[in-house]
Design a protein around this ligand. Structure first.
Ligand code: HEC
Length: 186
């Protein structure tokens, strides 16, 4: 290639005294580009289509669930944070267990599927006392006695209170037809 760009009329372009050439892209650059495209396709099929590996988010959820279960096994339910509660709400066994408690203790006021009766619909996006994991836990454990919602922590104990809270969190967004929404949309 010539050192003098003016010999290649039409193959370069000057702007602000900067000469632009129409050179092919370097091989290493193209390899990086096509390599990245191939890698992304492989990554996509591995993690999202065939699910032959867990995504970091799945791994974190699984670890949180394990950690939450370990704390629960030691009777330390009240120490669980919002992440652990959400992880439990995605754990099938925990949700099943919470459902059993819900049927026994809560369904009379909140309906078999949480659709609401005397108590509010727990499957919509509206919350009187807040729909965040820690808010739902607080409502279930301390109740709203003046409004007819009993406090459950003393009768169920921390572990069952956490588990039934996880079940309530798993109902979020199911929108079962029932009592009209109450409180703020979240
Ligand atoms: C005797 C009836 C009754 C029972 C039993 C009952 N609840 Fe409630 N619950 C209510 C009422 C009424 C409210 C609404 C309180 C208010 O208006 O402030 C409520 C509110 C709630 C809320 C807050 C909803 C919101 O919109 O913020 C949650 C969560 C909840 N109950 C979960 C449970 C769970 C879990 C159980 C069982 C362990 C249960 N409740 C048992 C009557 C009941």
């Amino acid at each position: 290639m010539s050192a003098d760009p003016s010999e290649h009329q039409g193959e370069h372009h000057v702007y602000d005294d900067i000469v632009e050439h129409d050179n092919p892209l370097p091989l290493w650059w193209l390899i990086t580009l096509y390599g990245a495209i191939l890698f992304s396709a492989g990554y996509y099929f591995h993690f999202h289509v065939f699910k032959t590996a867990m995504t970091p988010a799945d791994e974190l959820a699984a670890e949180n669930t394990e950690a939450a279960k370990a704390l629960l096994a030691q009777g330390k339910g009240a120490e669980l944070g919002p992440d652990a509660l959400l992880a439990m709400a995605q754990d099938e066994k925990t949700v099943k267990e919470g459902q059993t408690t819900f049927q026994q203790m809560c369904a009379s006021c909140h309906g078999d599927q949480g659709e609401g009766k005397i108590g509010p619909n727990l499957t919509d996006k509206h919350w009187i006392h807040g729909g965040k994991p820690e808010s739902v836990y607080k409502t279930v454990s301390k109740g709203a006695p003046e409004k007819g919602m009993p406090a459950w922590e003393s009768s169920l104990g921390p572990r069952k209170t956490q588990v039934v809270t996880a079940y309530v969190l798993s109902l979020k967004g199911k929108n079962v037809a029932g009592k009209a929404p109450q409180g703020q949309e979240e």
